[in-house]
Ligand binder design. Sequence first.
Ligand SMILES: Cc1ncc(COP(=O)(O)O)c(C=O)c1O
Length: 480
Amino acid sequence: MNDLHCNKHETGSESLNQTQPVSQNGISRRGFFKLAGIAAAAGAAGVSFPKGAGAAPSKLLSLDASLPNKVFWKGVQKQFIIDPKVVYMNIGTTGSMPQQILKNYQKYNELAAFHPRTFEAELGADFGLPAQRAELAAQFGCNADEICLSRNTTDGMDAILFGLNFQEGDEILTTHHEHIAALSPLNVLRDRYKVKVTELEIPVLDTASEDQFVDLFARNITKNTKAILFSHITYKTGTRLPAKALCTLARENGLISIVDGAHGPGMLKLDFHDMGCDFYAGPGHKWQCGPGGTGILYLRNHGDDLPEFWTQNASTYTFVAQPVKNDRSKYDIGMAMQYRGQMDVSAHLAMVDACKMWEEIGREKIEEYVCSLSSYLKKSLAQKYGEAGTFFAPDIPEFSTGLTSFNPFANLEAGDKIQALVARLESEAGYQVRYTDFHLHAGDTKPTYALRISTHIFHNRAQVDGLVDALYDLSLQIEG
Ligand SMILES: Cc1ncc(COP(=O)(O)O)c(C=O)c1O
């Protein structure tokens, strides 16, 4: 962002998108993408998906392990340029851009290199951000003033936790399966402000009902509890937590709800208003398959009980928040959180393009496909291993995700065996997965290990079959 923007926003409540585009090349904003040879959305890119994709799934996810509409998904899978010599199954760490998105991203970068002020000239002084944020808001069930493009989940979690006004003695309830992206800022709050962080032991091997999670949090609320924080999907086991029920509990008890959504965008169909969370931090680079260093940050800015919040991206504070004395109801919090000086505009544009492509495919269909493929994997493993092997998340729709966690060995604490299995799956069979380690119970001194396998829209059943066969053979050899 440059100084041009700020002069326009003395009232703080205006959108920053007040500036008309100034075309230095005689290219209007409308013609920008077309003239640059960029396809703004998958449909416009000539990426056409076969008809007959079937009806959208019903509200309750069905795990259809037969994965119908093979033709449709083959068309989708053709959009990825991922190395065919390996089967990349670690989207939980980062995804892979579809070819049209990659082409767009390259083109954006070329334009910026050719004419460093091209985005400003063609998209306007706000780099088209209000339009991008409006696009995301429509896709993710919220208002445009409640969403911004962040750098990743970690960036979003920091912004949330350091923006809230926690005081000494306040308590935050969380789970014993959180990621360092949440734990690190929580630990800073603990050490800096003497905030109490309480890790609750969530079910792992005996996950059966949403009430287990809701009751656990409900039982532990005290007069000092100010917030609850949980992963929508834990990275340790891939279990989906009942986000809406937990956020409802928080609201009923006057608590702030903060969701680590690292595995939400691009895997699940999300509606932040329906979920009822106060804050949700997710990436654009994992399941959403946008460029690295992109994220989606939601900050509730409507309704009652808006928590006191201080923007950490203070570059626009003077113009956006300060004039209304940080009154949340009077300023565009998404915009206040958006600017951090010069941004990677190419990455933002490409991430929004990836989101448009997901809309084109259908987010509900994606969720159904991804979770069904994971269900197919679980069923195939169960068939192969019989009584042996341990799953850490059940094959039940409410808890299902694209992350499958499994340990084929008798000793769940044998980290060396899991590590050997991950290495040999890659070197001998071409499957790239990862392992996670975690405490089954909050007081455990030794970690439990699991393979963590990501199934996404660029995978198919044949690849899962190959993985199960390779995994079985190698695990027998390693177990000895
Ligand atoms: C639950 C969870 N939170 C946060 C992160 C960090 O994500 P990012 O790389 O988008 O910052 C991860 C990464 O794997 C994760 O699994």
